[in-house]
Design a protein around this ligand. Sequence first.
Ligand SMILES: [Fe+2]
Length: 416
Amino acid sequence: MTADLSAVTTLATSTAEDDRPRIGADPDMFCRPGDPTLSSVRADGDAALVTWSDGRTGRFHWVWLRDNCLCSECCHPAAWEKMHDITALDLDVRPAAFTLTEDGALRIVWPGLNQAGRAHKTRFPAAWLRRFCYDDWAEEERAETIEPWTAAIGNRRPEIKHQAVMESDDGLRTWLRHLRRYGFCIVKGAPRRPDTVTQTARRIGFLRQTHFGVDYTVISKPNPENVAYTPIYVAPHTDLSYTQTPPGLQFLHCIDFEATGGESILVDGFAVAERLRREDPESFDLLARIPADNRFHDHDYDMRCRKPVIELDEAGRVAAIRTNRQGEGPLGLRPDLVRPYYKAKQAFALLTRDRSMTLRFRLEPGDIMSFHNHRVLHGREPYDPGSGKRRLQGCYVDCDQAWSRLRVLEAAAKAH
Ligand SMILES: [Fe+2]
């Protein structure tokens, strides 16, 4: 099939419904100066083959394009939500006509009429197609820069001033970018008040409430419900491993720190997992494949979650780490896996303590240590509670809030 020129004429002269300005339209719809437009389109079997002005080619199935039709009947112009019924989708749909517009977008006329009794037309902006192109190269083009790190990052650890985070969207965006790229960032110079950490985290989004409360205080206390509330060594771990979705971002604000000892430890769990994959692939495979039992229980709670230590995405990349010695339940394992699994757990734990992998530093009063709890493990050296105070205030925000905020800030920055 080639572009039907009679349809092109019709489209060019009509005030097509799909050309009406969309109410507060999705930022993915707009090209910025310098962004590629579409330079050609042709039919290729059950798909459209488009070429952008930078030479990249993308294949979009007609059924996919029909499903994602951007006309105001198929996609609500105010809510930006899909309006048509999946059961009505014709899996073998083909366009009645298609062409490129003068500004390099793809215009399609679907067979049949829309609800208003007019031709069913839609327009796919070049930027929108690029954003959602599902070819392998496009996935790679959009891949985020997640930078694995080891102890050497100590010389250039990501930091930002508290004032920048609180007073400007640029500061907030920089903070979130660091959290995305490195999985942690130290916010410096925060006021040493108990409500500072929650106020700061709320710049990103809603707080995640847990059984610890909206926020919590980390001090050494009698009858602790958790080893964080003692002065002993806390091995690198992720928090709330026994929940279905552990909190995404964690914030620990150092309000007082006069005690000796108590250095903070951070480890990039993704870097550790990749090293294990290289050095001990069998252990890596066990930790990625076999679910582990996690549990928290006291008089009021009995939380359990059975998930692997290493979570992989569909491409086999490390997507999340879940490990907390104190939150381990008795393991329910196939008998032949018991010894190999313990060996694997040990190998992983040893890497998280390897000095070449860990970042160690002393928090200063006014620092907020922020980190991605699905990636970066945190721990603490023991301290002497008799030598002075150590008081941290902590809270959580989920990744949905954080990465959504980052995307919206990035889109706003691009638009200016
Ligand atoms: Fe913790």
